[in-house]
Ligand binder design. Structure first.
Ligand SMILES: [Zn+2]
Length: 440
């Protein structure tokens, strides 16, 4: 069995404890087997020991991204996502893109929903060594009612489209959950609120009774349920119906906050997409009024989320990677930065959210997310101290070594690629060619 001794590093173990200087980490196979000062390792004939000198470097758990969409392929619009994807191309692209996620220091990821049920196959391919990637938990299609989700009228009245699977009644709901479980989903995702073109903001599109049908059916099969909730009552109804993880939890009110605290339901605010749009959108040609949306969400939700956190609720770090505003391999550490900057966490607290606590969300508690004996050998070694400056975790240039399931990962950038035919929507022109424009 191969062994690696990472010696003399400044170890951040993921539990929130202060960094331990001059500490060694011993890996055997896919496990961390010892952590301590001056570890003595006997060299035996059965194993070869690789030594990694981490003097002056930080040694910490590999990052965990609790909210990705690896199959979407970075669409710029919902039209592109819903109308310009086919299963074979999307699967091949997902296998290409997931390497970028790994090389950004992410050793485990939760792909919450996606297209064509590719996620479970990708997860199994990574596990089998067919594709290089982080350890993955995967959802399938997001369940919706015919009112829709975040893609307006692109959501059909029934069946699947894009990342959506529309259910029309209790029987279809039960069937869809059971089929997704049969097809390999680790969890069921519900879009509890949706964006309707004729209304501003997202409205609740499921009743509490309907949500309970999903939860009861999934839980009977030992599968968890996560819910997209941009609305106070949507969060309250989801928690009361038995949802296991809430995404966004926008505009939390007192009753929903109390329910979250009472049931200790983890919340992933997934601020990264809005934060990117707000702060950098103009650099990518985005025209959305995201600045005010992000400010509004932070103002309305930030303080409540902080209250939940202080009361022992786990706040999860997810990047929403998969869209043009959140391309793969770039923003997986951004949520931790937002937690420090806008929720007032210390860098160490944010690191715990993005490692140990995220592991709980992935149902991998005690398996990964910590530097301790017995844990899976998911280890990041970087030049710099993220317990002082959390933004360092977003800079791949500082990464010196990455071990995923004990395997040494090549950190060189994934080779660039060309666009595939039909991958992007294209138009004849940006504006209508009027006579005025033609002859001006
Ligand atoms: Zn999402």
């Amino acid at each position: 069995m191969h062994a690696v001794l990472i010696s003399g590093g400044n170890v951040i173990d993921g539990t929130g404890s202060q960094p331990q200087p001059n500490t060694d980490v011993l890996i055997e196979g896919d496990r961390i087997v010892a952590v301590g000062k001056n570890l003595v390792v006997e060299k035996s004939s059965e194993r070869e020991i690789r030594r990694v000198d981490a003097t002056g470097l930080t040694v910490m758990p590999g990052l965990i991204d609790a909210h990705t969409h690896i199959t979407l392929g970075e669409p710029r619009t919902n039209d592109e996502l819903f109308l310009h994807r086919d299963p074979a191309t999307a699967a091949i692209l997902a296998a290409y893109n997931v390497r970028k996620v790994l090389r950004a220091g992410v050793t485990s990821m939760f792909d919450v929903d996606g297209i064509f049920n590719i996620g479970p196959a990708l997860r199994d391919s990574i596990k089998a060594g067919v594709v290089e990637g982080p350890t993955m938990k995967s959802g399938s299609y997001a369940l919706m009612t015919a009112v829709g989700g975040t893609a307006g009228k692109l959501i059909p009245d029934s069946g699947t489209a894009g990342y959506a699977e529309v259910v029309r009644n209790k029987e279809e709901t039960v069937l869809a959950v059971r089929r997704q479980v049969k097809d390999g989903a680790d969890c069921i995702k519900i879009h509890v609120t949706g964006l309707i073109p004729t209304r501003s903001g997202e409205i609740q599109v499921w009743t509490r009774e309907e949500l309970k049908v999903v939860c009861d059916t999934a839980h009977d099969l030992g599968v968890r349920v996560t819910a997209h909730c941009r609305g106070d009552k949507a969060t309250l109804d989801s928690v009361m119906a038995g949802v296991d993880i809430i995404w966004h939890a926008s505009f939390l009110g007192d009753a929903s906050l109390e329910a979250i605290i009472d049931k200790k339901v983890p919340v992933g605010p997934v601020f990264t997409f809005l934060a990117n749009l707000s702060e950098f959108g103009h650099k990518a040609g985005a025209t959305s009024s995201a600045k005010s949306i992000f400010a509004g969400e932070l103002e309305n939700t930030g303080a409540k989320l902080r209250q939940a956190y202080d009361a022992g609720v786990k706040l999860l770090c997810g990047s929403e990677s998969g869209f043009s505003m959140t391309p793969y391999g770039h923003w997986h550490a951004r949520e931790m930065e937002v937690f420090v900057k806008h929720l007032g966490m210390t860098p160490l607290q944010a690191i715990t959210c993005g490692t140990k606590d995220n592991a709980v969300a992935l149902d991998e508690d005690g398996e990964t997310g910590c530097i301790a004996a017995g844990y899976r050998a998911d280890v990041l070694v970087l030049d710099g101290d993220p317990s002082k400056d959390i933004s360092l975790l977003g800079d791949k240039n500082l990464f010196r070594h990455l071990f995923c399931r004990g395997k040494n990962i090549d950190l060189s950038p994934v080779e660039p690629r060309a666009m595939l035919r039909g991958e992007q929507a294209s138009g004849w022109s940006d504006v209508a060619l009027t006579r005025e424009i033609a002859y001006s």
